[in-house]
Design a protein around this ligand. Structure first.
Ligand code: ATP
Length: 876
């Protein structure tokens, strides 16, 4: 705990406060109304005698104590700060006696302690003052409420931005701010935090932020940037390393120092409320008095304090940081300010104003408000208020996109806010806040797919590239014309120091004619001789900072997969095929150090090749594959193409699994609108910070189920191309125990070796003893005509990706759906079950059970009824 002397020194800083002090009567006026007046002389006596201080009138006690401290200060001790009165007269530091009960009666409806001023009583004085003070340690000195708090704490920030009028409040606020230096107060921000914290509604949160931002834009534009940083619980972008680096102990210490809590009561509070901010709130409500007039916190001063904490380094920095933290808590007016100061210090604000919310709020705020002097156009609130919900959403949409796009390309509020203040939200913003070297853009992300089959369905009719999905660390490499290199991580941290070997490699890979560029790839640990891939675990053993090139123990290779910027030009709007072509033609491979991701180009017709590629990826320890759309569609098709399997599903009314006679499968109400099923076609452009279906991830961990089925091969078709001599695909069936029939469940082309195909053809030779003349009556199959019907006699163990409802296959019909059977997606031959006879093959009942299990596991959503037999489509 800091010594009283230290605290006094700190208090001395309040000299700089430009706030005029108010005289005692002003502050005690209201207080007196609530507390019965006590005889002055008996009070004085009580202090002298060390009797119960509650017998004293507040004002009198204040005067008494102040006189005493002044005397002591004159005798060589540091003098407690006295503020100058507005009239230029010296007035003593102001305080009143308040026990917890009084403090709580001063709390506003939100539980905020409205006390404005406190005087911290050093331990020694507490003893002198009264034994009761010593035991309670809560001689609290407070102003009779601050009018500034009253204004801030009554602003209806949660009102609709279409009716909220910042002008109503700005003038009064500015008046109060002027008295304290002119900057927007932290009380204003706290008011917003309290409201945001009190709702779960995203709409309300956005509205509240919009209104706060508007008041700041119109009332004190210079506080907008710190407001945005504080509200997003950050002080700098991720690529500028500015860490608060405060341990929990600094905050506990501050609570002890400032709120007069001992270890035990602090722990009791923590146990009771759990969150450090809430502890501060409670502690502040039970505030001991402090011997200094706090300097009201402003948004700027809080932000600057945080930056100071983060940038203070070296010997004695711990103490300096502690003093700043103490000071912040000391100056926090009331319990709510303390709560949010502490939450900010813990970097856990819990107000849900994450990046996206803030960007949306900014885009709307700048449509409705501008700072004095700016001349960009605004929307009329009155006109907007007349719009229907959908029309209003359209008005918000474009500016939102613009602001988000800027922030995705240049994720730094220090760049965005000044330009917004100057020109508002307009297309020029995209130019002024665009892609820049040595500033990382937010990476494009891939959507998860359940398996290859889902991926193929999603990308039907499109050309795509399948790439190995390496298990390493994503790296965004920036290089300027002078050859300066910066490397950023997936989360935008600067990691140039971590990869000096990669930095040294850049001149070698940069081909002729390449000046500046931004490239992306996966850095993977490899064996430097063989190039064999090592695990992510190996890579994570590499030191993070200040790696000396000579001491690199974990060798890496960068597998490049994209090029976003070249020779001062952004390539983001170019299709992937073009970007990839530039990447591969302009840069040079260096064996086992720099190369391209391994890839194949394919369409949904190439399922077999894709499956093979997927297998080869997992065989060499890759996580799976990334699948990327190569080209934009021609313009005519761009707007109107259903591109997502979900959309296709939604637009196809589907019968319930057990339809009731006389009822339609899907009611009018349930049937999704035509509009919903249409979406913009997938683009092949690089979309920073977006997770679209134009990049799909297929990982091995979710590519197949662990269940297998024991199926009976029942028919075959002549193969094509290389496989023309064999039966391929082969039709397989489950058995229906009840009827004794064999129900076709899938066609399979995967998992067979050439020698297997050969042996199979010989066994089921045309005209031979193991083939039948035609389709046997006990086989249920409604699909196309096989070239040969096998005599059922074998059992094969089959793997598959998942089970799906099918109009073609009849397996388990009536068990899951009355109209559809079940089929397997991506069936794969594992082995012959020599040990099983056909009467031990899997039954339709077992198959239905597996399907139900799969559906129970799947996230909520429409049944996987794709309307086409995609197993068949894929395989053929
Ligand atoms: P995300 O990064 O999509 O938020 P995540 O952190 O769970 O999700 P993954 O699901 O493993 O990551 O997949 C994406 C990551 O795969 C990329 O961020 C990148 O680091 C890595 N990756 C490996 N190979 C490629 C590739 N060929 N193309 C794109 N990314 C790749």
């Amino acid at each position: 705990m800091a010594s009283p002397a230290k605290k006094r020194k700190l208090n001395g800083d309040s000299k700089s406060s430009s706030a005029p002090s108010r005289n005692l009567d002003y502050f005690f006026g209201k207080q007196k109304k609530g507390i019965p007046a006590r005889p002055a002389n008996s009070a004085a006596k009580s202090v002298e005698n060390g009797a119960d201080m509650s017998a004293l009138a507040d004002e009198e006690l204040a005067r008494k104590l102040q006189a005493k401290w002044d005397e002591e200060d004159a005798g060589g001790r540091m003098v407690a700060k006295k503020s100058g009165s507005p009239e230029g007269k010296e007035s003593p530091t102001l305080f009143v006696l308040a026990d917890t009960a009084v403090t709580e009666t001063k709390a506003d409806k939100n539980g905020n302690n409205m006390n404005g001023f406190r005087l911290e009583l050093p331990e020694k004085e507490q003893k002198i003052a009264s034994p009761s003070v010593k035991t309670k340690s809560t001689l609290s000195l407070q102003a009779a409420g601050s009018t500034e708090d009253a204004i801030s704490f009554n602003i209806p920030f949660d009102e609709s931005p279409l009716t909220f009028e910042p002008a109503k409040y700005v003038q009064d606020l500015q008046g109060h701010w002027a008295a304290e230096g002119g900057d927007a107060s932290y009380a204003l921000l706290t008011r917003c935090f309290v409201l945001v914290n009190s709702t779960q509604s995203r709409i309300k949160i956005v509205d509240t932020l919009v209104n706060l931002l508007r008041v700041i834009i119109e009332g004190d534009q210079s506080s907008l940037l710190p407001t945005v940083w504080l509200a997003t619980n950050a002080i700098s972008p991720p690529y500028i390393s500015l860490e608060l680096g405060l341990g929990g102990s600094a905050i506990s210490k501050a609570l002890k120092n400032v709120c007069g809590l001992d270890k035990k009561s602090l722990k009791a509070l923590y146990d009771k409320v759990g969150d450090a901010g809430d502890v501060a709130f409670e502690a502040k409500k039970r505030q001991s008095f402090t011997l200094r007039k706090p300097k009201p916190l402003t948004i700027k001063s809080v932000y600057q304090s945080l930056v100071k904490i983060a940038s203070t380094q070296g010997t004695g920095s711990g103490e300096i940081k502690q003093r700043i933290v103490d000071r912040l808590l000391q100056d926090a007016r009331g319990a709510e300010e303390s709560r949010y100061i502490v939450r900010t210090l813990c970097q856990h604000l819990r107000i849900g104003a994450v990046k996206t919310t803030m960007l949306i709020a900014l885009s709307r705020a700048f449509l409705l408000s501008k700072p004095p002097g700016a001349d960009f156009a605004l929307k009329s609130q009155i006109e907007l208020a007349k719009l229907k919900k959908e029309a209003l959403a359209e008005v918000w949409a474009r500016p939102e996109e613009v602001v988000k796009a800027c922030f995705a390309k240049r994720p730094n509020y220090n760049d965005l806010i000044p330009v917004l203040l100057e020109i508002g939200v307009c297309d020029e913003l995209l130019v002024r806040c665009g892609l820049a070297l040595h500033i990382p853009l937010r990476p494009m992300l891939g959507s998860i797919t359940r398996d290859l089959s889902e991926m193929l369905t999603k990308l039907q009719d499109r050309d795509f590239s399948c790439e190995y999905k390496y298990d390493g660390q994503r790296a965004q490499v920036h290089c300027d014309d002078q050859g300066k290199v910066s490397i950023f991580s997936r989360h935008l941290e600067l990691m140039t120091d971590k990869y000096p070997d990669l930095v040294a490699l850049i001149p070698k890979i940069r081909g002729d004619g390449v000046g500046s560029f931004i490239m992306e790839g996966e850095v993977v640990a490899v064996d430097p001789e063989s190039g064999e891939l090592k695990t992510f675990q190996t890579l994570s053993n590499r030191a993070r900072k200040d790696v000396a090139i000579g001491s690199v123990k974990v060798n890496v290779c960068m597998f490049a997969f994209d090029l976003m910027y070249l020779n001062s030009e952004s390539l983001l709007d170019r299709p992937f095929r073009e970007r990839r072509e530039l990447l591969r033609s302009l840069f040079t491979e260096v064996p086992n150090q720099f190369t391209w991701v391994k890839s194949i180009d394919a369409t949904s017709q190439d399922s077999e090749a894709v499956l093979e590629f997927f297998k080869s990826a997992t065989d060499i320890k890759c996580e799976g594959i990334m699948v990327k759309i190569l080209d934009n569609l021609p313009n005519a098709k761009l707007k109107d193409e259903p591109n997502d399997v979900a959309d296709i599903k939604e637009s196809t009314p589907k019968p319930p699994s057990k339809p009731t006679k006389g009822k339609k499968g899907v009611s009018e109400k349930e049937a999704p609108s035509e509009k919903k099923s249409r979406r913009k076609a997938l683009l092949a452009t690089y979309e920073p910070d977006k997770r679209l279906d134009s990049w799909l991830k297929v990982k091995k961990d979710y590519s197949t189920t662990f269940d297998t089925l024991d199926l009976i091969p029942i028919a075959g078709w002549h193969g094509q191309g290389r496989k023309s001599k064999w039966w391929s695909p082969i039709l397989l069936a489950v058995r229906n125990e009840e009827t004794g029939s064999l129900e076709a469940v899938c066609k399979c082309i995967s998992g067979f070796t050439d020698s297997f195909y050969k042996a199979n053809k010989e066994f089921y030779e045309e005209g031979g003893e193991h083939v039948l003349d035609g389709k046997p009556s006990y086989v249920d199959y409604e699909g196309g005509h096989p070239d040969v019907w096998f005599e059922p006699q074998e059992v094969w163990e089959m793997a598959f990706a998942d089970l799906t409802l099918s109009p073609t296959y009849t397996a388990a019909i009536g068990l899951v759906s009355d109209e559809r059977g079940l089929s397997m997606r991506f069936p794969r031959f594992l082995k012959k079950r020599e040990d099983k006879g056909i009467d031990e093959a899997s039954t339709s009942e077992f198959l239905a059970g597996l399907y139900r299990k799969q559906e129970a596991k799947a996230p909520a959503g429409p049944a996987k009824d794709v309307g086409v037999d995609d197993a068949e489509e894929d395989e053929d």
